[in-house]
Design a protein around this ligand. Structure first.
Ligand code: APR
Length: 281
């Protein structure tokens, strides 16, 4: 009779077993999937946490719905609320967290197969993760352009507009006059091609780490489902999300992600190196 219980890759569903799996050399290709939860410790609010989440604090902008601030159709009607918010979110004033540095340590050790992030704060790049290993699935503030004619808008002028919460318009002036928007993926916008091109790398991963995301927004939220049976998935999150915990090799490390990552680093014997990397950033 074939025993149809899936063979477990991990000795047990614990960080200690995950650490053993990594130090054994069996986990060479680690994919990481992240959301706003890994940047809250940097002082950037996430979106959906009840009290502190961005969506709970947009009352002053009296939007139809909180997500409207990132909705293309709403933005075309009224771009001002986004630019009021952009001032608070704009990169440059925040420092990568221990979780960001842990991912850059994986890359340093040649273990990072790919990082898929939903965050637009560019803290992954700031943490030293090689850009060619990063998929910014929801874009980022790194560049901006006219939404009508796609003409790029100069970064220095963008900073000025954001600092004054002023709405920038196309540099072609009267010829176009379109609204300028950062290359952030708004609701009703397509994700970058890179997301679809790199998604397939997940099927060749040996280990998946899911960190700081509610897994509420598709298509990103479906990424953990591409992890093959028998490949361990570790969730570092305050709460259980998505289908994590339903596969034989799922490990749930519920709680603050920096704390969970430090625990894994301790098990790996990387803690000293991790703290030093973070201090030296
Ligand atoms: N440690 C661990 N988990 C945390 C921490 C933390 N310090 N802080 C927050 N979290 C968890 C929250 O409990 C929640 O499950 O991180 C998750 C954050 O979820 P969201 O706020 O929904 O953020 P995210 O999943 O990145 O949102 C996805 O929604 O609005 C869109 O485009 C936007 O990219 C964003 C997408």
């Amino acid at each position: 009779i074939s025993d149809d219980t899936p063979t477990e890759t991990l000795r047990e569903r614990s960080l200690a077993a995950v650490a053993e799996y990594i130090t054994s050399g069996k986990a060479k290709r680690i994919v990481v999937m992240t959301g706003a939860g890994i940047s809250t410790a940097a002082g950037i609010p996430d979106f959906r946490s009840p009290e502190t989440g961005l969506y709970a604090n947009l009352a002053k902008l009296n939007l139809p719905r909180p997500e409207s601030v990132f909705d293309l159709l709403f933005f075309k009607e009224n771009p001002k609320p986004f630019y009021v918010l952009a001032k608070d979110l704009y990169p440059g004033n925040f420092h990568p967290t221990i979780s960001h540095v842990f991912i850059s340590l994986l890359a340093k050790k040649g273990l990072l197969h790919q990082l898929y992030t939903q965050n637009i704060d560019c803290l992954e790049r700031a943490a030293g993760i090689p850009p060619e290993l990063i998929v910014e699935a929801h874009g980022s503030f790194a560049n901006q352009r006219c939404i009508e004619c796609k003409t790029p808008f100069p970064a220095d002028r963008m900073r000025e507009h954001v600092a004054r919460a002023e709405v920038p318009r196309c540099i072609r002036g009267a010829e176009c006059g379109g609204l300028v928007k950062p290359d952030i993926v708004f609701f009703h916008e397509a994700l970058p091609m890179l997301f679809y091109e790199r998604k397939d790398l997940i099927s060749s991963a040996d280990l998946a780490l899911v960190m700081g995301t509610s897994l509420q927004v598709h298509p990103f939220a479906s990424l953990p489902n591409y992890v093959p049976e028998g490949v361990p998935r570790v969730l570092f999150n305050l709460e259980r999300v998505g289908g994590l915990g339903t596969q034989a090799d799922d490990v749930l490390e519920l709680g603050d992600c920096d704390t969970g990552v430090r625990k894994l680093a301790d098990q790996l014997g990387w803690r000293e190196e991790l703290e030093k990397e973070w201090r030296d950033l």
